[in-house]
Every structure is written in C-alpha cells, then in structure tokens.
Design a protein around this ligand. Sequence first.
Ligand code: MRU
Length: 361
Amino acid sequence: MKIHGRAMRTIWPDADQTSVHVIDQIKLPHRFETKHLRTSAEAADAILTMVVRGAPLIGATAAYGYAFAMREDPSDANLDAAYKRLYETRPTAVNLRWALDDLRKRLKPLSPSERFAAAWLRAGQICDEDVEICRKIGEAGLALIRAAQKPNQTINILTHCNAGWLACVDWGTALAPIYMAHDAGLPVHVWVDETRPRNQGASLTAYELGAHGIPHTVIPDNTGGHLMQHGMVDLCIVGTDRTTARGDVCNKIGTYLKALAAHANDVPFYVALPHTTIDWTIDDGVKEIPIEERSAREVTHMTGRLEDGSLATVDIMAPGSKAINYAFDVTPAHLVTALITDRGVCAATREGLAGLFPERA
Ligand code: MRU
C-alpha cells in the first residue's frame, strides 16, 4: 500500500542482509517513523512492545528474528533457545509459532554454517507469501461485499482493531476486501471501532483507510450494537489471531461483543484469515487458546498529541483503582457467518475448513 504516494511494506530487509526495517506502529498516527532491527533481541523486543503487531506481521518479524539468531549463534542449542525467546513474546497469535516451526524444521537438518543464509531466505519468502495470501483473501471477500450492496446505497462495513496492511506485510486480512471494493468503485464506508485500550482502530485502521481515501468514521467501542439495531451496518469483517479447527476465532478483545450484537441483529459477521492463523491442533477456542494479558498501564494511561504537536501520556483513572487488560477474546464459531480465507470462503465449521484445506483435515 502507499504512504505519502510511495508503495511500502511493513517490513523490508536491507540488501546487505544485516538488518530489517519496520514501521514503528507505536508512533502512528502522529508520526511516521521506521526502525532498524539488527539482532534477535531487537526483533523480540519489537514484537513485545508492539512496534510491530498484528498476527501475520508478528510471524514475519519473528522469522527475521530467528534468522538474526542464526547469525549470532547457529548452534543446535540456540536453535531451541532462540525459538523459545521469540515464541514467548506474544502468546495468542499463532502465526508466531507457525513461522518459528516452519524455520526450525528447515534449519535443523542443515549444518550450522548454512543456517543463517537459509533462515534469511525463508524469512523473505514468508513475507512474499503473506502478501499473496492477503491479496487472495481480498479477492474472496470482495465477492461478499459486492453481494451485500443494495442499489444506489453505500455499503457500511464495521471492523474491529487493525487487520489491515499494518497488521500484515501488505494488503491486510479484514481490510483487503475493503481496499479491493473501493478500488473497484463500490461505495464503501467503514465504521472503525476505536479498540480500547491501545486504540489500534482509531490510530492504525483510520490512518490506513485515510491514506487510501476510503470513507470511514471512528466510533467508540460500545457504539456498534446501536448502529446494528438501526440498520446502519450491512456487514462486519474482522481479523483473527488464532482460528481453531472447528472455526472458533480469537481476535482483539471486544470482537466477541460485536459478534453477539451482529447475531442479534441479523448482520453478517465475517472473519478474514490467512491459513497461517489456523491452529489445527485445537478445537475449543474458549478453553484452549492462551489469552495474552498485557500491562494494566495500557488501560490506565492514554497517549495522544497535544495542541502544540508534542505527544503526551496521561493517567485517566481514579487513583487507587485496579485495571485488568485481557488483549483477546474468543468468538465461538456459531456466531461467525463465514470465514474468508486465502483459499476462498467457507462455513465456520470443521467441515467448512476441512473442505478448503483437505491436506490438514
Ligand atoms: O494486539 P494486536 O494489535 O497485535 O492485535 C491485532 C488484532 O487483533 C488483529 O485484528 C489481528 O492480528 C488480526 S489479523 C491481521
């Protein structure tokens, strides 16, 4: 996608194979800055502190982090130690495990001297593959948006958190069909959940959509139900950080409430996902997906821009009150109208997923 007219990805390697560049998502939307990652520790820290975030981008960054680790120490012992260090950065998004497993499987049979080059090559392939996967999700979802169009009316789509190109390498998952619909001339308007506590909707999704010229309106997280009751949402499209074999989806906290509201108001609720977010080892998302708990400070404090342009962090809580910060929740499959994958659209059921991915069933 384009930033200031220039085509960009969220992560790109240096030609001399010493570092990767990423967009510093903590600074958006107020400042566009990039960061250089040169070591496995810097890659792990970028994931942990959410300089990079979003399930596919976490996986891509971890792949480069693993490559750095193989340059630092390509021994068998570090193959395991670096895996563990990177894996522990964020527990919910399964793309992280997917990318590390993919690399470890390829690197283990190689001699230590061959490991860095092989890891670097594969990390680049993972990024390229992610772009193609998201493009295919966009094409599959575009058909659903077209089908939702009523003659001469704007198509109102609600989304939660940021499942756009900033969460991936390019295109995005939930936003890819929206970009394609807009580019195809369909009149789309997006309701953007602000997505407390870190406000990825207000800061990142709104930034992306604005940069692409897509009409959108940011809403407080608790507004979606009201809009749905009043016929102001035609469909919801969200992303997922982990999808179980039977179609339960785990996404940013608050997604479940939107799915309940959509169900109660007969609004289609679609979840867009690359196959890399399917965890074929589990079924029951509520019981089996580890939910990341982040610092309460993300709830008690907010960062924004002052009128003089400087950034400031302020405390918004009554002194002495406790806060808790579960980062994700699980939406059971029965609340999901359909899954939009890189192999097409399917029911959020074991049979639906198995039909598209027979090799994994
Ligand atoms: O905590 P984050 O910002 O990494 O959470 C991101 C989301 O929940 C996205 O919706 C998700 O990764 C979906 S896939 C792009």
